[in-house]
Design a protein around this ligand. Structure first.
Ligand code: SAH
Length: 348
């Protein structure tokens, strides 16, 4: 069995080589490749312009590990959440968030998460395994089809803000973006893709070295190390100074957009002193935007969202200090589709 290869890990050249080796025509390889990356076949049986014999042979020699939709939920605000099932039975979630101008797909990069950030539902789950690049791609392709059906237009933007830490599944995340942006596949602009990280300094630098063309978001959530350590254990090995240095390096190498994310937790990180410290961090990072995120309640997690007045005072302070700040109201709360609520629960 170990000789069985994932057909989607083959390049077009390798696929051509394979077809030649079995005495078939090269153009069959092009047809098969189109099924894989343009027409988004879900099984060899879908490849209707290949002969039955050929489809059977491919099915014997290759794995084709597509994801299926296990359930879909609609929020009253238009947000759509889908639970996907992997070939080996794991569950994960992806979301489409429609606004007037865009349909943003939010995709997962791992099954569960190893980081255990104190305020996040996914953090309560164990990390089961990394998603393979074609599984990440499948989420995008399926959400795109759903978006076309539901809203009449496909997805316009992608955020890697679902379950998991993308930079701890680095190669698959990059390969998935290579496929999503490839001209022989979905051809989406990398400028419309944002990868969000809890902050892995070494891998942020690696993104710079790899000269990636997509945008980055850092889940900062606290502007001093002592506080950040208490809510995000990853800060103990990736502190704010290390992240600041890494983000400056990333920006020098790529000039791509960097956004800071800051979820407001009542009585934890929402005081004026916290805002003051945040301004100082903001000044050291080549970023143009702080997204202040409304906290979404999670069963079993003790934090509360900051009240309206406190949120206003906090964001006013930032704005007065020439920080470009945007408050992100949560979407899809009624179906647990909002940030930090993805944990495979409560679906019909
Ligand atoms: N691991 C990556 C990708 C997940 S993105 C990262 O941490 O960036 C999910 C975003 O939602 C992160 O900014 C995360 O910190 C935030 N988040 C997690 N739990 C939340 C909650 N309960 N309410 C609001 N935002 C939350």
């Amino acid at each position: 069995m170990s000789a069985v290869k994932n057909i989607r890990s083959l390049s077009l050249a390798e696929l051509k080589e394979y077809f030649e080796s079995i005495g078939d025509k090269k153009f069959r390889a092009i047809q098969a490749y189109e099924w894989l990356w343009k027409k988004n076949a879900r099984s060899f049986d879908d490849m209707s312009n290949l002969s039955l014999d050929l489809r059977k042979k491919l099915a014997e020699e290759f794995e084709f590990n597509t994801m299926t939709v296990d359930a879909t939920q609609h929020s009253s605000d238009g947000t759509l959440k889908s639970r996907f099932k992997t070939f080996d039975g794991h569950l994960l979630e992806g979301v489409i968030i429609p606004t007037e101008k865009r349909n943003t797909a939010c995709v997962s990069s791992q099954i569960g998460c190893s980081l255990a950030c104190k305020f996040c539902a996914t953090g309560l789950m164990d990390r089961k395994r990394n998603l393979h690049f074609d599984e990440i791609y499948d989420q995008v392709a399926i959400l795109n089809e759903q978006s076309e059906k539901m809203y009449g237009t496909g997805i316009t933007n992608i955020v890697y803000m679902g379950m998991g830490e993308p930079l701890l599944n680095y190669n698959n995340v990059l390969k998935s973006i290579e496929r999503i942006t490839a001209s022989d596949s979905m051809a989406m602009s990398p400028k419309r893709i944002t990868v969000s990280t809890a902050g892995v300094a070494k891998m942020i630098k690696q993104l710079g070295d790899d000269k990636v063309r997509f945008n980055l978001a850092l889940s900062l959530h606290a502007a001093n190390d002592e506080k950040r350590n208490t809510i995000m254990a990853i800060n103990e090995s990736n502190n704010i100074a290390a992240l600041t240095e890494a983000l400056n390096y990333f920006y020098e190498q790529t000039k791509n957009d960097i956004t800071l994310e800051y979820v407001l937790l009542q009585g934890v990180n929402d005081s004026v002193e916290d805002a003051e410290e945040l301004v100082k961090v903001y000044r050291k990072i080549p970023t143009h935007l702080i997204n202040v995120i409304e906290f979404n309640p999670v069963v079993g997690i003790p934090y509360l969202k900051s009240d309206e007045d406190t949120t206003q005072v906090f964001t006013d302070y930032l704005a007065k200090n020439r920080v470009n700040v945007r408050v992100r109201r949560s979407r899809g709360k009624d179906i647990d589709a909002a940030c930090g609520q993805l944990a495979n629960k409560n679906q019909a």
